[in-house]
Design a protein around this ligand. Sequence first.
Ligand SMILES: *Cc1c(COP(=O)(O)O)cnc(C)c1O
Length: 376
Amino acid sequence: MRVGRALAVNLNHLSYNFEQLKKLCPSPEILFMVKADAYGHGLIVVTHFAYHELAINNFGVASLEEAMSLRENLKDDQFEIYVCSDTHFYLEQHREFYSSKRIFPVLSSMCDLDVFLQSSNFKHFPLCLKFNTGMNRLGLKDCAQVIQKCLAAGRRSVYHLMSHFACASSVGNERNTEQSDKFLEIKKLFKDSGIDVERTSLANSGAIEQGLAMAENFVRPGLMLYGPSALERIQDKNEVPKNKWQGRMLSSFKSNIIKVFKANKGDEVGYGATLVRDAGVVVILALGYGDGLSTRFENVQINHRGMLGTFFGRINMDMAQIFFKGKSVSDFKVGEEIEIWNEDMQSFLKLSRQSQIIPYEILCQISSRIPRLYIK
Ligand SMILES: *Cc1c(COP(=O)(O)O)cnc(C)c1O
């Protein structure tokens, strides 16, 4: 069935972004973050492509469910998976999945570490640890105690040591330096204790763009590989930010027109009977918050074939109105597609600026109701 609404995902742009990333950081290996359905782009297809076409071997997800979905859907693939936050490691039946499917829980609490070190199933299993260096969310804190526990359990190596920046999106933030220093200290404590640390990572997209923590042997990019920069944008609505990162937008998001009608000043349209203030055309678009079009898109501008429209009135579950001032009904056709954003990065960033919704959120919000179409 051919449908009007779609999130088109251009996988060639993932290849391009990956090449650009390798130019920014040639040495570290990539742990590609594909949590939240690969930031809305489709967990399975994106991971499959990254593994087979880009030779990326390491993937990060948030939950055990996401990791299980990867193992179940991509049975023959040999990549490594890290579960970074919602590990459910305290449940025995879940720990079973980690050991049998070779999924790495990133341990960030003492109790999980205790269970790991005491379990015979994990005796020879890669140990992955996340330390809190200043994010103050998850993460181990007492490094000396962690080392003591490892030594007592006969552990002589850590497979992957991680931490996470609190302010990576903020350029020149002092906290980033403090956290980097803290991470160095932790690594040194391990080294001095005789525990071998094989892999280390600290940098997400914002940090990579700033060149932070590039001495670690892994980086953990998410957003930048999907296109947008992670650095905070200048709030001036007309300012086009000039970041070092010039990624290509992977996705474009479109839907079709259901109805077009002429509106006069004083007419009332849709929920809340929003008042029309000028003569023009109202276009009803088959796209609403049930599809992931946030109600915060109200009043955001849309450029359609050079005509400037505005999301008008309330955004509904299944539909939204776009008002085109001064246009006539014959300028539009029912069934015609309207792009919410396209592969031109500026079309996406403009939406983000006007709606004040961060790129991460816009992408992750697109619901499962929207078919993903892959271009390659
Ligand atoms: C999501 C996530 C990342 C990636 O963050 P971006 O800002 O999208 O690059 C890196 N590391 C961890 C642990 C994460 O959860």
